[in-house]
Design a protein around this ligand. Structure first.
Ligand SMILES: *[C@@H]1O[C@H](CO)[C@@H](O)[C@H](O)[C@H]1NC(C)=O
Ligand SMILES: *[C@@H]1O[C@H](CO)[C@@H](O)[C@H](O)[C@H]1NC(C)=O
Ligand SMILES: *[C@@H]1O[C@H](CO)[C@@H](O)[C@H](O)[C@H]1NC(C)=O
Ligand SMILES: *[C@@H]1O[C@H](CO)[C@@H](O)[C@H](O)[C@H]1NC(C)=O
Length: 415
């Protein structure tokens, strides 16, 4: 696997191979002991025998189980200053702000370990992790910052490599940053030139120019700066209130020229993903690790966000309700979640990005949005309460980073 090879090369270069094995092997044994305490169900056969790196586990498939203890000891609370006001459900007195923390994600064939902040800081010291994407990735970034700050409060606030915000945990020299970008690619307002042009001759008067092959300035330097990147893009491609298909359509450009005939947004997304993955592959540090996060679902009921839709649930949805909300054939209000994923999967299939598949687990959590306490005129059924489900997304990130490290060590040991 090129990713592991890249990592291995990085480790060899730093001459840290032996200490890493000494450090990681006992932990690996420990992990094995923790993660397989009971017999596996027949539906989840034990893989990873015969010298494979580790028991494979699909963390993405499972269910939320009530776990009262999870809510009694908060991972962080409303005093974490990085929480954006509208997402601070505890401070804003959301009715179920605490109750929504009493659920634990239980994958079908294994356990998803809870991120241990001190261990995370130790494992990732002297490195840098960047989140690149829209406000949902900021939500995830804030969750990680707050969890780690609880373990090590000495931070320097700054903006690495053009980031919107970032922190270095001084004792560990670990940097976390958030790079804000809605579409990943550059865009700006466009209006018809009096001198005419291909778009003008088709009758376009104004819209947004979207350069599918140019990364947004906000993160163009991120791949050469960070060791780990977590990307997302999604709902902005399905945002007719901003990119109105008639009044202000998305107009796609490639190599600086308009694409003719003009593309609809889903085709524009495909092209943008293709180009951005090529860009990241070229620009990323040789031993860097790239994740793409799948789409975060919204939970508007009774109308879309601008039609009085709300999310007043006190409990996660059942599996049947989830399908009612999100199955493509139902064409519901929140349909873009699985549509976006369809496009992401096509782009990711042949790529070397790792996928953080948070969609399904999040589809259940209609109870965990700021709702009426988001401080907006309309309900916020899109972002997530903090603390909240994005803490679990970070558990998934930590588990994936750990697995990479383990498979790297094993690869070095046995090949
Ligand atoms: C994410 O996981 C769910 C549950 O296993 C699965 O149904 C879905 O196809 C996965 N999506 C992607 C984009 O991998
Ligand atoms: C961190 O990196 C610096 C510079 O590469 C190196 O001198 C130092 O030993 C590293 N510290 C740790 C704890 O790995
Ligand atoms: C801190 O970590 C960065 C990598 O993220 C490294 O370049 C730098 O040398 C480190 N600084 C120290 C003082 O170890
Ligand atoms: C889905 O619903 C939207 C609006 O609610 C409509 O414009 C679109 O045509 C529908 N698509 C299908 C395939 O039914």
């Amino acid at each position: 696997m090129p990713l592991a090879r890249g990592l291995a090369a990085g480790v060899r270069r730093r001459g840290a191979f032996l200490p890493l094995v000494v450090l990681v092997l006992p932990l690996l044994l420990l992990l094995h002991l923790i993660s397989s305490p009971r017999p596996r169900s027949p539906s989840a056969p034990l893989r990873g025998t015969g010298g494979e790196p580790q028991p494979a586990c699909d963390y993405a498939d499972g269910e939320w189980t009530r776990d009262a203890s999870a809510g009694s000891e908060l991972r962080y609370d409303q005093t974490c200053r990085e929480i954006f006001k509208g997402w601070n459900c505890l401070a804003n007195g959301k009715r179920n702000g605490r109750e929504l923390l009493r659920w634990r994600w239980k994958p079908a064939g294994c356990e998803l370990p809870r991120l241990d902040p001190l261990r995370f800081l130790e494992l990732h010291k002297n490195s840098s992790i960047g989140f690149v994407g829209d406000s949902l990735n900021r939500n995830m970034f804030v969750s990680l910052v707050c969890m780690l700050k609880g373990a090590s409060g000495e931070v320097r606030k700054w903006r690495p490599a053009g980031a919107d915000r970032g922190f270095t945990f001084l004792r560990y020299n670990l940097t976390l940053a958030y790079h804000r970008t809605n579409l990943l690619v550059r865009y700006g307002r466009w209006s018809a030139s009096p001198n005419g042009g291909p778009l003008e001759s088709l009758g376009y008067k104004k819209g947004y120019r979207i350069d599918v092959d140019v990364p947004d300035q906000t993160w163009a330097e991120a791949p050469s700066f960070h060791d780990v990147l977590i990307f997302n893009t999604g709902h902005w491609w399905w945002a007719p209130s901003k990119f109105d298909p008639v009044q202000t359509p998305m107009l796609f450009f490639e190599k600086g020229r308009p694409i003719i005939p003009p593309l609809l947004p889903p085709a524009g997304l495909d092209l943008a993903l293709k180009h951005m993955m090529i860009f990241v592959n070229k620009a990323m540090k040789p031993d860097g690790v790239k994740f793409f996060r799948t789409q975060s679902p919204r939970h508007f009921e009774g109308g879309d966000w601008n039609e009085g839709g709300s999310c007043q649930r006190d409990q996660p949805l059942s599996s049947e309700e989830v399908e009612g909300f999100f199955a493509l054939e139902n064409n519901g209000t929140n349909i873009e979640a699985r549509l976006v994923n369809h496009h992401l999967m096509m782009a990711l299939e042949k790529s070397t990005f790792k996928v953080l598949n948070i969609t399904h687990m999040s589809e259940f959590r209609a109870d965990a949005h700021p709702s009426t306490t988001g401080g907006k005129k309309h309900d916020d059924c899109m972002h997530w309460c903090l603390p909240g489900p994005t803490d679990t997304w970070n558990d998934l990130l930590a588990a994936n980073l750990w697995q990479l490290r383990v498979s790297l060590t094993k690869g070095e040991t046995f090949t």
